[in-house]
Design a protein around this ligand. Structure first.
Ligand code: PMP
Length: 363
């Protein structure tokens, strides 16, 4: 069978080498004669694996010692409510920067849990010369005592990414679900980072939380123990039975990242992949993209066919060529190529060749 390149936004493709190793180990992990899914999470083998996963993640992201690394349930969305429940317990206020679908969904969730007056929002995307552009507000000029400012640095649906670091007087809480480890970030600038696993980490359902220890002194609301950051810290992310297979696979992805040059190498390749695809879109009048150049996502490249009556045919022919899951999110339509760490440069080259040929055939 010829290569299939999977551009799904999530659950996304995982590194082939990791999938092959997992396949080999599926019924006999670590010489135990059983799979990692069938042993106690309190066994010494499983604990050793989790410790190694944390060590490798800390190395990859240069996570300082005053941060806890948690492996939690519920993917990205669970953290929308966990953040509120853990940090806004005494009528404290938070500021949410809204840049697209996911940051807006975080606001909706937050407003369900506390009174609307506790959640302030600023819309940070404007249309400039017909393109969506992020205009970061001067947060230092705002005279408020927020518990945290929340933002999403890569809007998976809208294809908008924020590369600048926020300059904030309050702790920054960041949803990095679709950009974590795609390029280096300075973790010490954040109060809390979270990410659903199903893009750059592993299977869905798992969420990674990286939280600075002083954040855990903020007042929390009564909440379920499995969603309480303090309980997770106290129990090494094992208050209840964790998603063991997802954790194992994440540890394999971390090891793969480390063996393949780490985050800086990923960042270089990700830049090349995105440049190749945007160059194809920009140089070909058949396609368009509505995001300002410096906010174009390197992970989720959204684009439209100028003649959208050809969308169905484009998707059909792409699939026949082994290029799958290119349909844009149902809310925004068009196309979306998600090109996370596991997508090789050859996959993007194959897509670009296909797009150029499709344009010639249908112009
Ligand atoms: N935040 C972002 C940026 C996302 O892309 C997603 C999922 N696509 C989520 C949050 C929600 O994650 P989950 O489906 O794991 O709850």
């Amino acid at each position: 069978m010829s290569a299939i390149y999977n551009f799904c936004a999530g659950p996304a493709m995982l590194p082939q080498a990791v999938m092959q190793k997992a396949q080999q180990e599926l019924i006999d992990w670590n010489g135990l004669g059983v799979s990692v899914m069938e042993i106690s999470h309190r066994s010494k083998e499983f604990i050793a694996m989790t410790q190694q996963a944390e060590v490798t993640l800390r190395k990859l992201m240069h996570i300082p010692d005053n941060y806890h690394v948690l492996f939690m349930h519920g993917g990205g969305r669970a953290q929308f409510s966990n953040v509120v429940n853990n940090f806004l317990g005494d009528n404290g206020q938070a500021l949410y920067l809204v840049s697209g679908q996911w940051s807006s969904a975080a606001v909706t969730e937050a407003k369900k849990l506390v009174s609307e007056s506790q959640i302030d929002t600023i819309n940070i995307v404007e249309q400039v010369d017909g393109l969506n552009q992020v205009i970061l507000p001067d947060l230092t000029a705002i005279d408020k005592d927020y518990r945290y400012v929340h933002y999403c640095s890569n809007e998976t649906v809208d294809g908008i990414e924020i590369f600048e670091e926020l300059d904030s007087p309050w702790p920054i809480v960041a949803d990095l679900s679709s950009t974590i480890m795609s390029h280096h970030i300075d973790v010490s600038k954040y109060g809390l980072i979270y990410a659903g696993a199903q893009k750059n980490i592993g299977p869905s359902g798992l969420s990674i939380v990286i939280v600075r220890d002083d954040m855990l002194t903020l007042p929390s609301l009564p909440q379920s123990s499995i969603m309480d950051y303090r309980v997770a810290v106290e129990h090494g992310s094992m208050f209840n039975t964790p998603p063991t297979f997802a954790w194992y696979l994440a540890s394999e992805v971390f090891a793969w990242l480390e063996a393949n040059g780490g985050v800086s190498t990923m960042a270089d390749v990700n830049q090349q992949k995105a440049a190749l695809l945007y160059e194809c879109i920009d140089s070909n009048p058949f396609y368009k993209n509505g995001v300002a150049p410096h906010n174009r996502s390197r992970m989720n490249v959204t684009f439209q066919l100028v003649d959208n009556s050809l969308d169905v045919e484009f998707l059909k022919q792409a699939e026949q060529a082994g290029l799958v899951a290119l349909k844009g999110h149902r809310i925004v339509g068009g196309m979306r190529a998600s090109i996370y760490n596991a997508m090789p440069l050859e996959g993007v080259q194959a897509l670009v060749d296909f797009m150029n040929n499709f344009a010639i055939k249908h112009s």
